[in-house]
Design a protein around this ligand. Sequence first.
Ligand SMILES: [Zn+2]
Length: 182
Amino acid sequence: MNGDIRTALYVVNRYWSTHWRQYFPGYHYPPYVLGAYGGGIRSAPFCGNRRVSYDNAVYCPYGHYIAWDITLMADGYRSGDAWVYLIIAHEWAHAVQNRIPARYVLRAKELQADCLAGAALFGAAADDTLLFEDGDIAELRAALRRLADDTPWTDSGDHGNARQRVNAFTRGANHGVYGCLP
Ligand SMILES: [Zn+2]
């Protein structure tokens, strides 16, 4: 799993570093990778003055870092390696949202992050930095369904239900970054 996490970080960073200027002003400023917490490794980090929650993964705008509970990673990884690629691409997408002009950020921030995750992973595959294996696409959809809310998106903090999350990711996969912007 740690090898897949390292590969996911490399691939997603490389995608955004290479393609940033096609879509956005400025340059790609990668988030700091704080990495794993929980599972006896270390306590959940603080984001501002609040500790981030366990069994979760986060992008924290204060400190511009991404981190994940190792238990969440390991639980999902048991059903397939695509899980860690999705989590990392999604949290990295929040870092992207934080660095682009506000006019590009949708109110449905979580669904946009799924879309940008799809754009980055499939964009990396088009660049030949990531090679999808048999079953990866099904695993990605299953992971999105598992991480989805039970109710449809109504509020900016919502993740959206399973259908909405799969649709958002697929839009990014099929149409790239432009498919995720207003
Ligand atoms: Zn999110």
